[in-house]
Ligand binder design. Sequence first.
Ligand code: UDP
Ligand code: MG
Length: 327
Amino acid sequence: MKLSVVIPCYNEEQVLEALFERMTAAARAWNLDYEVICVDDGSSDRTWALLRAQHARDARWRCLSLARNFGHQAAVSAGMYHACGDALVVIDADLQDPPEEISRMLEKWREGYQVVFAIRASRADPPLKSLLAWAFYRTIAKLVSFRIPVDAGDFCLLDRRVVNVMNAMPERGKYLRGLRAWSGFRQIGLPFQRHARAAGEAHYTFKKSLRLALDGVVSFSSMPLRIASILGWWVSVFALVGILFVLAQRIFSDWFESMGLGPAPGFATIVISILFLGGVQLICLGIIGEYLARIYEEVKGRPQWIIGDSIGFDHAPSPPKSPLLAP
Ligand code: UDP
Ligand code: MG
């Protein structure tokens, strides 16, 4: 039995030494053969040099370097694609997910669970980030047609069968924690305390987090598209009522005047309705655009990542073949 640990690393020179130490110490409790695949996601600091040095010290540590910064989800996907273990753990480099938890996950795996994911019982992130994450996980859980556990990040253990399923999915803009839940199998969540970063600062900028959240919603739910049409219908109903009212006002103007509702110069009404309808139309176009952009990404069929360099692999690692380009 062999365990693969996949660690995406993006400008993590400040935490890597601590990571090597704590992971190696934690691994003593696993009682099985293991490999650690560190994926350097186009770092511009000493990350690659440190990973190379770690491979020289301990050949179980293998390294992939992506040709540029492809993003966290692509880095994890690349690592998963090149792992050979019977089980696989995905963990962040910054020690927010404690490596010591892996032995608890292995216990559950040995009991027969194929997906063991960590639930963030508490998180030491800035209040705004925590609040947005809290709201996001609950929103997406409501939107999708299968069960997505709330507050579960990418820290998890996957059985080889699940890894094969995930590797076979050709889609870009992957939302791994959604795909993991979607794939089914026997799943269990383990609550744990999510610590603050060991050192350095978060590379998940607000923009990257928003992108991930959008990928999650758009790839698992067509509810936003439906919102567009539901909104459209309601606005149309109100518009129809308004039109009927204005027509009636014109035709029966005497009666309306006697009621004090005679036709008045309706500048405000016109401006308000134009602005309102314009806003609704732009929102709906934007929603359609989000899906269209993703369809375009998929159709282009470009690889999800490009390997620039690798250390410790027998074969030259390659990006996954696009099903669209296959013969
Ligand atoms: N990461 C990455 N590519 C990126 C951004 C982040 O591989 O473009 C890695 C990073 O090195 C870390 C993990 O993804 O191991 C989580 O990132 P971070 O700690 O910055 O995000 P947070 O924990 O705040 O969500
Ligand atoms: Mg982090």
